[in-house]
Design a protein around this ligand. Structure first.
Ligand SMILES: [Zn+2]
Length: 398
């Protein structure tokens, strides 16, 4: 797990909110419209209760609602509207029976110039957890419900906070390509293995990262479009994490706030000396966790199977060890001397060392596939005097 410095993403937050906010507000207003229609129909029904056949009234208001539903495609761009089925048992039991509460909830999101809605969209991850607790507390009859009703609530919120229609929609004004291009994160922060850059060629969208929902959208659809909940990642990591509950069940590292840093690093175990001939079977790659007070690194390692996957990068480690044997300090000095012979531009020993060992600085790690693996292994090699007695390994020992 690699920490993506906040500096890289800061400008994008406001842009993202400005683009998705009107869309969500439209969705909420759409449901408020439905609620008002239902409430009006009910009012009429009560007034005429004694005179009018209730069945006729019911049909009339359902027709009116269906008319609103007919506009759903235009208003909130939904392709299927099974959730808003006015004759459906769930809609009657879970929505109409709590219609005043839903009305209050939607108005709460929009009041004071959409204040709560903006908080949902722009708050930092751990603040989102508190927002969710607040929603559960204030609207427990919507958020603390049976599993069947919860499914209904999630479907309903997924229509309003509609990730598919915004981010996954090529014709959306602000889709995943726009967001990914602005973020410009080129390597998956979860695994630091796969390149995830966005490619648009001749106005054609070719490839972009997937967006992992840090708080999964199946359980927390209200955060489906929240900026800090959209982590650009590779499809392997996105699938591995899937429905892992980082809000209620366990805590994970959030790449915009933390990474393994110096608390966990890759190291190796030499099985036999063939390693120095580049033999990958002779070396085992390991993730060593030094400091993990809240257990987030262990959870991250388990969820993304980092240790298990990196074991298969033993070829790279074996190759680095082989280079360690070959490119000794005196060899590097010879290379530098040859390169600088008679040239005005001077190459330093450190530059040559970094080139040979594919050694990244801390700032470059987020941009390089396996950057942390290379850096950690070479750092370990520098210290491993028992295997690397040649003095060059102390070249940039810190
Ligand atoms: Zn990944």
């Amino acid at each position: 797990m690699i920490h993506i410095p906040k500096l890289l993403i800061e400008d994008v937050v406001e842009e993202h909110i400005n683009e998705v906010l009107p869309y969500i507000v439209n969705g909420i207003k759409f449901f408020i419209n439905i609620i008002v229609t239902i409430k009006n129909a009910r009012l009429q029904c009560t007034l005429n209760e004694l005179k009018v056949n209730l069945g006729v009234d019911k049909r009339r208001y359902i027709a009116e609602l269906n008319c609103i539903r007919g506009s759903a495609h235009k208003v909130i761009n939904i392709k299927h509207d099974t959730v808003i089925d006015f004759d459906n048992r769930k809609f009657n039991n879970y929505f109409i029976s709590k219609i005043d509460l839903y009305h209050k909830f939607f108005k709460y999101l929009l009041k004071n110039n959409n204040k709560k809605l903006k908080q949902i969209l722009k708050s930092e991850p751990y603040r989102l957890e508190r927002i969710y607790d607040g929603l559960e507390w204030n609207f427990d009859e919507i958020f603390f419900v049976t599993n069947d009703e919860k499914k209904f609530v999630c479907d309903l919120l997924s229509i309003i906070f509609n990730y598919e229609s915004v981010i996954n929609n090529k014709s959306s004004k602000w889709n995943g390509y726009d967001l990914a291009t602005r973020l410009d994160i080129t390597v998956c922060p979860y695994c630091n293995r796969s390149y995830i850059f966005t490619v648009i060629s001749r106005d054609k969208e070719i490839v972009r990262p997937e967006f992992d929902h840090f708080y999964c959208k199946s359980l927390y659809p209200i955060f489906s479009l929240s900026f800090y909940n959209l982590i650009p990642s590779c499809s392997i990591c996105n699938k591995k994490k899937s429905n892992t509950d980082f809000l209620k069940k366990q805590k994970g590292l959030h790449p915009y706030y933390e990474g393994y840093g110096n608390n966990a690093f890759f190291t190796y175990e030499i099985k036999d000396l063939d390693t120095f001939e580049g033999e990958k079977e002779a070396v085992k790659v390991k993730l060593q966790i030094n400091h993990d007070p809240d257990g987030k690194i262990s959870i991250n390692n388990k969820v993304f199977a980092i240790s298990a996957i990196y074991e298969y990068h033993n070829d790279i480690v074996a190759d680095l060890l082989y280079r360690g044997k070959t490119y000794t300090k005196s060899v590097i000095e010879d290379i530098v001397e040859t390169l600088n012979n008679g040239e005005s531009t001077k190459v330093s020993e450190e530059e040559v060392f970094n080139l040979i060992y594919n050694y990244s600085s801390d700032e470059d790690i987020p941009k390089r596939s396996l950057g942390k693996l290379h850096k950690d292994i070479v750092d370990r090699m520098k210290w491993d005097v028992s295997f690397f007695s040649s003095a060059h390994m102390s070249l940039s020992k810190k």
